[in-house]
Design a protein around this ligand. Structure first.
Ligand code: HEM
Length: 174
């Protein structure tokens, strides 16, 4: 009886002591941060000689859809997957776009430049996780852009990206 009591007490203490780790979405500033990031980013894209031809036919909702997609992957609400698309649909949008490594590199450069200008958190932990996702996502986009059909199940779940090895944001010692 005594052993059981101690075990319960330890469990409760562990839960209380566990630090609450924000999602990458929360740490970045929530939905307004993502909407603003992709809004300013696509303004740059349309002013860029290399990327403008790739994106000149995008819809008026494109920038909002991408913001919602990335926000959801990083732990935000399921706006993209429940109201606008799915992982399969996102992949399908890239088919036969024949993107090159030069396109991808410029996309990355402009997005990271916009993140700096808008003062997204720049702690090593956040930026390394954010960059890792963008590297993965953009490389997948280039691969899919050379395909005719989506190499993914129609009901494939949305990717979920977390903090990785650092485990959470940089918190300075008090
Ligand atoms: C993490 C990386 C990426 C994500 C999350 C992403 C996400 C998306 C999403 C959600 C759409 C559909 C937008 C809509 O519903 O209107 C889309 C379309 C598209 N994406 Fe990406 N994308 C990524 C990388 C790239 C890159 C690197 C390029 C090219 C340099 C690219 C080019 C395009 C194009 C051309 C479309 C179709 C635009 C149109 O409708 O005309 N994407 N992307």
């Amino acid at each position: 009886m005594r052993v059981i009591f101690i075990k319960i007490k330890l469990t409760i203490m562990t839960d209380i002591d566990k630090p609450q780790v924000p999602s990458l979405f929360e740490w970045a500033g929530g939905m307004p941060a993502f909407v603003n990031l992709f809004d300013k980013f696509y303004d740059k894209v349309l002013a860029d000689d290399l990327l403008e031809p790739v994106f000149k036919h995008m819809s008026a909702q494109h920038r909002l859809h991408v913001a919602h997609f990335v926000a959801e992957v990083l732990g935000g609400p399921k706006v993209y997957s429940e109201e606008e698309g799915s992982h399969f649909i996102m992949i399908s949008k890239h088919l036969q776009k024949y993107l090159t490594e030069a396109h991808r590199k410029r996309w990355m450069e402009l997005l990271l430049q916009t993140a700096d200008e808008l003062l997204l958190p720049d702690d090593p932990e956040f930026r390394s996780a954010f960059l890792a996702y963008l590297e993965w996502g953009t490389r997948i986009a280039v691969i899919n852009s050379k395909m005719d059909d989506a190499n993914e199940a129609i009901d494939a779940p949305m990717p979920q990206w977390g903090w990785g090895v650092p485990g959470g944001p940089y918190i300075a010692d008090q």
